[in-house]
Write a protein that binds this ligand. Structure first.
Ligand SMILES: *Cc1c(COP(=O)(O)O)cnc(C)c1O
Length: 404
């Protein structure tokens, strides 16, 4: 049996909607994108949402709209993908990397507290695997440090009056905490619709935000439209009105808009999304049941009141060294199962080493990484495939005496 890591779940509905857009003659940003944005904000419960070309562009959009740049500092966890950190570098702010707490995938709050100073403008947390991070504690830290917060000349920074809390929600579209959905918990949240993510538009992303006292949601939306489309004062939608040809360029902006084709895929995915999430939950629970007996360390995706998206299934093997773990990935590949590691911590990557970060300063992140394996989970996975992954994984671990 051959089991890929995370194939997209594309059905007839996606094909139909994309075909309609292709036949409509309007393939780039237009009414289908607006419809997708409306559906996203309705689904999450925010006033607005903006669809962009990626989560990376969405996160950068959040930083730019907050006026974060040179002279500012932004804190991110060591245990994440590069796209959580690279936008901080793109806007010219100083990147600060915080270790995770012991035996945890989330930032060590006491270390985080010591990293904050009057230049700190934002903290970015990651909803790893679809599990919503502990934003209550981050808000608490931001409020505690209110007096040292020095806003730049930016209306949102001034209105917040504290460090902005940003969510890298690349994995958590559809996750909820009680009656609140991811996207409506942090000040700003960036979602990814990349091909391997739970809900895909092939490539794509979205930014949502909680309404801010004294700031109009529509103003944020308009700013993000300018940011994503050359700073052009009229988008293609407005320009389409009879006789309206003229536009202005307000500043030399960026190009990271979403197309109608992508939005059509997204609308179809959204219609089928609850079923897709439910399937992930079933698969996740079967893995939990099979692996919990063997002393393996698992994440809790569905612990009231939190409901994850079940995006990733991470297993830590307490007895495994880094070499053992790498060997298990090869053993699994030889049996047709594609596995991964989420994530090799940022300070182990050349880009961040070159900035002076050293994994020796991030022992907890290293310990989370060294014995971790990410096994396949995707909404199209059959019961038979699920069983095969369970049986194969257990037998590979037994063969190398990593479980009894
Ligand atoms: C996929 C991913 C991103 C980036 O998403 P893009 O849409 O490819 O920009 C960011 N953060 C995390 C944790 C991711 O897994």
């Amino acid at each position: 049996m051959k089991i890929p890591f995370s194939p997209p779940d594309i059905g007839e509905l996606e094909i139909e909607k994309v075909t309609d857009v292709l036949k409509s003659g309007w393939i780039t940003t237009g009414p289908v994108v607006k419809e997708f944005e409306d559906e996203i904000s309705k689904y999450i419960g925010t006033g607005k949402a903006v669809a962009l070309s990626s989560a990376t562009a969405s996160l950068e959009g959040a930083l730019r709209i907050l006026g974060i740049g040179e002279g500012d500092e932004v804190i991110v966890p060591a245990y994440t993908y590069t796209a959580t950190a690279s936008p901080v570098v793109h806007v010219g702010a100083k990147l600060r990397i915080c270790d995770v707490a012991e035996d945890s995938f989330e930032m060590d709050l006491s270390q985080l507290g010591t990293m904050i100073n009057e230049r700190t403008k934002a903290i970015i947390a990651v909803d790893l695997g679809g599990i919503i991070a502990d934003y209550d504690s981050l808000y608490e830290i931001a409020i505690k440090n209110r007096d040292s917060f020095t806003p730049s000349d930016n209306p949102i920074q001034r209105a917040l009056g504290r460090i902005a809390i940003i969510a890298d929600s690349a994995h958590s579209f559809g996750a909820s905490l009680g009656n609140k959905k991811a996207g409506n918990i942090a000040d700003f949240s960036s979602f990814s619709f990349h091909a391997v993510k739970n809900l895909t538009t092939a490539e794509g992303g979205a930014l949502t935000w909680r309404s801010i006292d004294g700031i109009n949601d529509e103003d944020i939306y308009r700013e993000l439209q300018l940011y994503s489309l050359h700073g052009q004062s009229k988008d293609a939608l407005a320009k389409n009105k009879a006789g309206a040809w003229e536009y202005d360029i307000l500043y030399p902006a960026y190009k990271c808009n979403m197309t109608n084709i992508q939005a059509a895929i997204g609308l179809a995915q959204l219609e089928r999304y609850e079923v897709m999430l439910q399937r992930r939950k079933e698969l996740n629970e079967r893995y939990d049941e099979a692996f919990s007996k063997h002393g393996l360390k698992l994440m809790k995706h569905y612990e009231e009141p939190m409901k994850s998206t079940g995006h990733l299934y991470l297993v830590r093997i307490p007895k495994a060294s880094e070499e053992d773990r790498n060997q298990i990935i090869i053993d699994m590949a030889e049996r047709g199962i594609a596995c991964n590691v989420h994530y090799k911590p940022l300070p182990m990557m050349s880009a961040y080493k070159n900035m002076g970060f050293d994994i020796k300063d991030y022992p907890n992140s290293y310990n989370q990484y060294k014995n971790l394996i990410s096994i396949p989970i995707f909404s199209k996975m059959t019961d038979e495939e699920n069983r095969y992954v369970i049986d194969t994984f257990i037998s590979c671990l037994k063969n190398r005496s990593l479980i009894s």
